[in-house]
Design a protein around this ligand. Structure first.
Ligand code: CP
Ligand code: NVA
Length: 309
């Protein structure tokens, strides 16, 4: 069966419509429940190539295990294995891998690399995180909110911290799904202006309000609170300077007083406890960070099932 998702790439949350995102989320929730919506071993003889320019726990293990569970296979290509763009061109890597595998996932620095891969590959390409977006993370995040709250539209979501790749994808995902998204960040660390503009334009159609503010009080009444590290991969040399600026931009007991009592707490992990989130808050019953990590596997397996359908 061929659907609108067959053969597509997923480099940005915006690559999919709200209906397509919901299709993937429904399959992901079915997989989490132990259902087999695509049969027993739907990825038998299918291979995923996983290119990494950066470290990973969740992305590597969730993609690889997801493929194994569905009867397929995954190949890990470490940063030093193929040295994308150095040992050979992105174009040649895409063309060669397309002769061997059925789908390519890449975790990269420059977003242009996943775009180049998708341009030249003849198989679907999935962005496993770039400096600009982390779309697979947001599929898992949306699944987690949907499981905890029963709906996405009208949810008041707050992200506290750096206007980074995760913030960008959250804004796109929220805009698509009619979820209000407030990004609370220090001045100078806002999401890219083009992202805010695009998300706001989509939100105007779906009913999602996109707000960027430095005010911590904006967590008032939040249904969902989200944190990510203050310094992303590649920004390690800025970590000490960033810690000074971001110090108030954390999820802790004070933040929880302002949010709804049953606000879902999310963190994409890895976490730096005591910085962007404190340990005790991360272990509250409202915190769903390990469901969220588990959902990476279900959401990505669902994604691959639909892309290869
Ligand atoms: N959240 C996430 O992408 O984790 P990893 O960096 O460990 O893959
Ligand atoms: N913003 C973080 C996300 C890690 C999953 C980074 O890019 O390092």
């Amino acid at each position: 069966m061929t659907t609108s998702l067959t053969g597509r790439s997923f480099n940005s949350v915006l690559d999919f419509s709200s209906e397509e995102i919901m299709t993937v989320l429904k399959t992901a929730m079915a997989l989490r429940k132990g259902d087999a919506p695509f049969g027993a071993a739907p990825l038998a003889n299918k291979t995923l190539a996983m290119i990494f320019q950066k470290p990973s726990l969740r992305t590597r293990v969730s993609f690889e295990t997801g493929m194994t569970k569905l009867g397929g296979h995954a190949i890990y290509l470490a940063p030093t294995d193929i040295s994308i763009g150095k040992r050979e061109t992105t174009e040649d890597i895409a063309l060669v891998l397309s002769r061997y595998v059925d789908v390519i996932m890449a975790r990269v620095f420059g977003h242009d690399i996943v775009e180049d891969l998708a341009t030249h590959a003849t198989v679907p390409v999935i962005n496993g995180l770039s400096d600009f977006e982390h779309p697979c993370q947001i599929l898992a995040d949306l699944q987690t909110v949907l499981e905890r709250k029963g709906h996405l539209d009208g949810i008041n979501a707050c992200y506290i911290g750096d206007g980074n790749n995760v913030a960008h994808s959250l804004m796109f995902g929220a805009a698509r799904m009619g979820m209000n998204m407030t990004i609370i960040c220090p001045k100078g660390f806002e999401p890219k202006a083009e992202v805010t503009k695009q998300a706001a334009a989509i939100g105007a159609e779906t009913g999602a309000k996109i707000t960027i503010t430095p005010e911590l009080s904006a967590t008032e009444g939040a249904d969902m609170l989200y944190a990510d590290v203050w310094a992303s991969m590649g920004q390690e040399s800025e970590a000490a300077e960033r810690r000074k600026v971001f110090e108030p931009y954390r999820i802790d007991a004070e933040t929880m007083k302002r949010a709804d009592d049953d606000a879902v707490i999310l963190h994409c992990l890895p976490a730096h406890y005591g910085d962007e989130i404190d340990y005790d808050t991360s272990r509250l019953p409202n915190a769903a960070i390990f469901d969220q990590a588990e959902n990476r596997m279900h959401a990505q397996s669902a994604l691959i099932l639909h892309l290869l359908q």
